[in-house]
Design a binder for this molecule. Structure first.
Ligand code: NJP
Length: 237
């Protein structure tokens, strides 16, 4: 096929695994993130195209989305968490990072690519949200609020695009062993490892395979929301 996919945050974790999965399904995949060296290695491997992307920058998103000639599948995956603190000790810079990356990042990329997704005739937007978009949990207000906002942005499009040939799927993962916790705790590997204690976490490929399943449904099938957690992870996520 000559179908095209765009995966944001494809330099590691869920995004990287998703790019591999979609390439295996025959998509030409445009992979975006800030770490261009990693993207280039990946793009060489999967026969895709590496493009530098910082979703927190209007200019970077414009350059990225202009460089993509057409798109059938957009995976809004770039995101993450910073810090863990009660509201009384909330770090405004951590909040700004999380809202810029997860919320405004998803808005910038999606807004710019919507016309191309409609032109596809069978477009699909997959947004990687979180179990944090369904719960409030102690010390997690910055991340949970950003993921709720990102999810509501995505859900709003379902109504706005009714009658247009674009499917919309929200995938909400629980604990997945990626660089997520390392980023959250500014590279503190010991603290990051504690997150997965007592549970057998998901791996990035578990989520990527679900994206692949969603993308391979026929055009009239819209999987609205998929929540996927490790078996031993309780609510709230
Ligand atoms: O984490 P990680 P995941 N502009 O850190 C990119 C959600 N999630 O795969 O720019 C562009 O390995 C970053 O690339 P780089 C989570 O909220 C996860 O787990 O080169 N890209 C990297 O490729 C997120 O939405 C868990 O640093 C930017 C990627 O994002 C998604 O899953 C649980 C960027 C992050 O890869 C993928 O995260 C959950 C920017 N400004 C939700 N900033 C979990 N792992 O447990 C970052 O509930 N990236």
């Amino acid at each position: 096929s000559n179908r095209t996919a765009v995966v944001t945050g494809a330099s590691s974790g869920i995004g990287e695994a998703t790019a591999r999965e979609l390439a295996a399904q025959g998509y030409h995949v445009y992979v975006g993130a800030r770490r261009l060296d990693r993207l280039k290695t990946l793009a060489d491997e999967i026969g895709g195209t590496a493009l530098e992307l910082d979703v927190t920058s209007d200019e970077s998103v414009a350059a990225f989305t202009d460089a993509v000639p057409s798109v059938d599948v957009l995976v809004n995956n770039a995101g993450g968490a910073k810090g863990l603190a009660p509201v009384s000790e909330a770090d405004l810079d951590d909040w700004r990072w999380m809202w810029e990356t997860n919320v405004l990042g998803t808005l910038r990329v999606t807004k710019a690519l919507l016309p191309k997704l409609i032109d596809s005739g069978d477009g699909l937007v997959v947004t990687i949200t979180s179990v944090a978009a369904f719960h409030a949990y102690d010390n997690g207000s910055g991340y949970t609020s950003a993921k709720h906002a990102q999810a509501v942005l995505h859900r709003t499009l379902r109504g706005e695009l009714l009658g247009k040939p674009v499917r919309l799927t929200e995938i909400a993962p629980g604990a997945v062993e990626t660089e997520f916790s390392l980023v959250r705790f500014d590279g503190d590997a010991e603290r990051a490892a504690k997150v997965y204690e007592g549970i057998d976490p998901l791996v990035a490929a578990d989520i990527a395979e679900i994206v692949g399943f969603v993308a391979s449904r026929p055009p009239h099938v819209n999987l609205d929301q998929i929540i996927v957690k490790p078996r031993d992870q309780a609510d709230p996520g």
